[in-house]
Ligand binder design. Structure first.
Ligand code: ZN
Length: 174
């Protein structure tokens, strides 16, 4: 399968240091890991790749992983999901990352980290305290900078397509 025919269907970025692809290069983002679900537009073959990423530029990292990443079989991923589902089913409960209490996860939510709205807000507040209320996010394809609330980065995630709803970053703003 040729790299130029590959379309990324979904990208997941895992950064131990916090949200990924913030514009300020920091050592914390250097050991980012990416997982890409790709489709070959000609053969319609689908593959999943995992690999290291710089966390500094989504386009470079995407290319790097498609070229050098390891292929992950869908059956391995299904096994992980089945194990996780089994664990939740056994206890019916999950642990809140903020208060440590057990809670019953809501249905239809893929990633739920906290037990309540209150703990979710505390989690968001702690990210804002650490990284600031707004982030300067650069659109990789054009170099334009946008002013994006940290809350949106955490709750919705940011992609090239969603950046248009935010104002352009003015240099005098912080
Ligand atoms: Zn909680």
């Amino acid at each position: 399968m040729s790299l130029s025919n590959m379309k990324v269907l979904r990208a997941f970025w895992i950064t131990p240091g916090g949200p990924s692809f913030l514009s300020v290069p920091s050592l914390e983002y250097q050991n980012c890991i990416g997982i890409l679900a790709c489709e070959d537009l000609i053969t319609h073959e689908r593959k999943i790749y995992i690999g290291n990423a710089s966390g500094l530029n989504e386009d470079w990292d995407t290319r790097h992983i498609m070229e050098w990443g390891a292929e992950v079989s869908a059956s391995v991923l299904k096994e992980f999901i089945a194990m996780e589902a089994e664990e939740v089913k056994k206890t019916g409960m999950d642990i809140c990352v903020v208060c440590g209490k057990e809670y019953e996860p809501a249905e239809n939510v893929i990633v739920q980290l906290t037990c309540s709205k209150e703990c979710h807000d505390k989690l968001v507040e702690s990210f804002i305290a650490r990284f600031g209320e707004y982030k300067r996010v650069i659109r990789a394809s054009t170099g334009e900078a946008f002013r994006v609330p940290m809350r949106d980065i955490i709750e919705e995630g940011i992609s090239e397509q969603t950046l248009d709803k935010y104002p352009k970053w003015k240099e005098e703003e912080r």
